[in-house]
Write a protein that binds this ligand. Sequence first.
Ligand SMILES: NC(=O)c1ccc[n+]([C@@H]2O[C@H](COP(=O)([O-])OP(=O)(O)OC[C@H]3O[C@@H](n4cnc5c(N)ncnc54)[C@H](O)[C@@H]3O)[C@@H](O)[C@H]2O)c1
Length: 271
Amino acid sequence: MARTHEGQVVVVTGAGKGIGRAVAERFAKAGANVGVNDIDANRVDEVVNGLITSGYAALGIPGDVSDSSQVRTMFDDVVKDFGTVDVLVNNAGLVSPMLHFFEADEAWWRRIIDVNLTGHFLCSHRAARIMAAAGKGVIINMSSGGATRAHRAFTAYDASKGGIEALTRAMALDLGPYGIRVCALMPGSIDTEGMSEAARNLRGENIPLGRPGDPDDMAGPALFLASDDACYITGDVIKVDGGMLSQQRSATVDIMPPSDFPSLDQVLGED
Ligand SMILES: NC(=O)c1ccc[n+]([C@@H]2O[C@H](COP(=O)([O-])OP(=O)(O)OC[C@H]3O[C@@H](n4cnc5c(N)ncnc54)[C@H](O)[C@@H]3O)[C@@H](O)[C@H]2O)c1
């Protein structure tokens, strides 16, 4: 693959699995030096060892993004090894446990807000100082459709993601004068656990592009936002969801479900 991000120093949080891992691996293959963070140190070792064995540049920086002293150590280690931080991908996030509002308690609320929202703040706060010294940098936050349209039993998660979109805009204003762009990606339904074929098909029925996303579908947009091709984009949220958030009704209850669409033979026969 083309080494489009040669020498860029990129930190990806929550990169031990799922979307974060796919994004970290794609940056490394594009020539970046990647700081791989996760709260699970074993997963960090697995990802870093895999990358180094394949000839790519990676450094393990395990830690909890909601703990400011661990975050400081993570960024100090990256600067010591790679010299700077050009790109931060704030990806670490807690989805579970799901709790109905009446089952929820303060500890649940605080942990999800701490990891998802405060974690974005703490990592950005460290990274932005390093970026400001260099006069350039890109911060990519990870939102969710839950910022705009709610999930059932996800009050803390959806509130954290709404906060992330507001944080993205606010940071873009404060950091723009220092040469730092701040954007967010909004993943749709991404299959990070390896769904069965039947589950993928069922999920795909309600997605205009007909399938759930794969973790690697998030990597191209992340690399684009980190590149100079995106040099005039800041404060924005880019949807990467196969069209899911653009639809008003789910396909199964729509007035004209996709099963009623004209066949390709009918379409081509009209010419
Ligand atoms: N998968 C989806 O469909 C989807 C949809 C919308 C948004 N997102 C967002 O994308 C991001 C990644 O999601 P995913 O599905 O790949 O999740 P995942 O659960 O597969 O991976 C998340 C990783 O983050 C790590 N992590 C959790 N808490 C951490 C902490 N305190 N510090 C550091 N690392 C921590 C976990 O150990 C895990 O390896 C999350 O922010 C999530 O909210 C995912």
